[in-house]
Design a protein around this ligand. Sequence first.
Ligand SMILES: [Zn+2]
Ligand SMILES: [Zn+2]
Length: 417
Amino acid sequence: MAKIINVIKGTKDILPQDIGQWHNLEQKALEIFTRYGYQEIRTPIFEATELFARGVGDTTDIVNKEMYTFEKSDRSLTLRPENTAGVVRSYIENGMSRLSPPVKLWYKGPMFRYERPQAGRQRQFHQVGVELFGVKQPAADAEVILLAVNYLNALGLNDLEVEINSLGCPECREEYKKKIKEVLKPEFDNLCEDCQNRYEKNPLRLLDCKVESCKAIFAKPEIQKVIQSDFICEECAQHFDELKKYLDKMNVKYVVNKLLVRGLDYYNRTVFEIKSNNLGSQNAVCGGGRYDSLVRNLGGDDTPAVGWAMGMERLNALLPKCEQQRLDAYIVSNSSIDAMQLAEELRTQGFDVEFDLSNKKFTKQLEKASKVAKYAVILGEDEIEKGQVSVKNLDTSVQETIDRKDLRSKLENVKNS
Ligand SMILES: [Zn+2]
Ligand SMILES: [Zn+2]
């Protein structure tokens, strides 16, 4: 026997028994996002490596450690580790800035990051997300947060906690970075290696370090004083206050978390995360923010933008498993040619129908029917002769013989029940 080839570590098959959950996430996304005027965009799974280096930021873990990069015809290509950079590239390349703003896009699909595999974290994973281009006003920030909350609610996740923060604009943030660096300087040697590496280039990222000894340092009163200070300039503060007003008006409950900085370099002003308390423990299910300089950094016109992404594996883990869809009818017959004809007739009427393709025994066919269908439609010699069928409700085992012309309305009843 030939040697078996296994799936690659950190990747997973999505099997038929699990696909219902994925369809649910995707269909609800299409339904809810369409309601808000978002259109789906599908960008390639691989892009020029430079797009992510410039778009995601070369101080991030994603770009430094986690990208799947390969050479082909002297070009460096990378499997997308996230989709905002690709969507922005497409927005620029296809001249979407000439459309009247806002341009509202959503996407879903696989992303790739070379991370240490652990429970619930894969190297090929899936995200669903939205991007809104062309609006600098906080109404846009509020809309994408509201959209995320409503999508999660539609999925059945309703015990949510929205955390928001403002990272300010490049000007006021510089001041803040300086202050953070200053107050952390005496502690530099006690910081973890990652924090030490980020200290110069990206000191804000230190604040979401998960290392306990770092967290303890940041909890010190003199450091908390700087972290909790209102460093943002008047304009940024006004933007943040207005966002809060929108959220209040829309009854979106939120808390301000000054430690929330998000893992990516491109955010400015609003950043947010949504946590779900469903299933008892707290799980971050959505992260996003405003990225007003990214379109310009990638060669486009100055275009404000805001968006978010959700990990679909994470969402599925929080949601109950979907029941597998049953066929409307399974045709049981010793004449597969008559069965095929009837199946085809019912399929054109919109029913999901199967029959036995391999001349199995009648009892075996009935057994199969009871596993996969709501109704067994029995087509014996007698029935064929008389233009009739026997219909067995596989939930109640009630069986009746009816004229073939009445079959459609009989099955329609069950489809609508
Ligand atoms: Zn500012
Ligand atoms: Zn640290």
